[in-house]
Design a protein around this ligand. Structure first.
Ligand code: MN
Length: 142
């Protein structure tokens, strides 16, 4: 069995770019099935307005991720600056494990820091202010 650990980031899946979605779904049903673990390091989706968003291509991606995790492949996911609303429901629906914005993993014996990267744009003060505000908003659903 192939024991690859695979990292992907910033696919920015959206309805407007079907070829990227097609290739990702192909990846999930082929190479990914032989992996030991897959780490998705943020911005899998170009936008994510909430875990109750079932618009295409979100649902198909959900289903394929679920199939992959059901088969025993571990999939880890960090939020990016575009899809930071990915949450626990998405994780439950797909079987992926959400990682904190900084996560240290043991990569073949080497401690390895994983992060999407937007936290490191420390010179961009307006962005960092937006980030703090957008990540702490309490949304009331009526
Ligand atoms: Mn990003």
């Amino acid at each position: 069995m192939n024991q690859e650990t695979l990292f992907i980031s910033d696919l920015h899946l959206s309805l407007e770019k079907p070829e990227i979605t097609r290739r990702f779904l192909d990846f999930l049903t082929n190479r990914a099935t032989k992996a030991k673990a897959i780490y998705i390091l943020g911005d899998l989706f170009d936008t994510w307005i909430g875990d109750d968003d079932f618009m295409p291509p979100n649902n198909k991606v959900r289903q394929q991720l679920k199939q992959l995790t059901d088969s025993g492949v571990q999939v880890f996911l960090q939020q990016g600056n575009r899809d930071f609303l990915l949450g626990t429901r998405f994780a439950q629906d797909t079987g992926v494990t959400l990682l904190d914005e900084y996560a240290v993993i043991d990569l073949y014996g080497t401690p390895t820091l994983l992060t999407h990267g937007d936290l490191l744009c420390t010179d961009d003060l307006p962005y960092q202010a937006f980030r703090v505000k957008s990540h702490t908003l309490e949304i009331e659903c009526k």
